[in-house]
Design a protein. Structure first.
Length: 95
């Protein structure tokens, strides 16, 4: 997988996680943005995968939505494992 494709995959996975956890928390975009002290537009971009988000922001958002950072940490670890597998597979196919 090319680096650009891998970045897109990661960004889309994070976007889905953020959107799904917000919906599970029963929050609308505006409500969540107000609580996160950001604009609804910023949050929409994170959830659409069109804006890069830092890891600490993912943890902060998950804590707001779920009252804990644990699920975000688990999600990020799983994503890291998946990316590692993809990269290993790509290297094997090159050899």
């Amino acid at each position: 997988m090319k680096p650009e494709a891998l970045q897109t995959f990661i960004r889309n996975e994070i976007a889905s996680f953020l959107r799904e956890t917000r919906i599970e928390a029963g929050l609308f975009i505006k409500e969540a943005a107000d609580k996160l002290d950001c604009t609804p537009s910023e949050l929409e971009k994170y959830e659409a995968g069109t804006e890069t988000i830092l890891t600490f922001e993912i943890l902060r958002i998950a804590k707001l939505y779920q009252g804990t950072e644990t699920s975000a940490a688990r999600f990020l670890q799983g994503l890291s494992d998946e990316v590692e597998t993809i990269m290993r597979s790509a290297q094997d196919s090159e050899n």
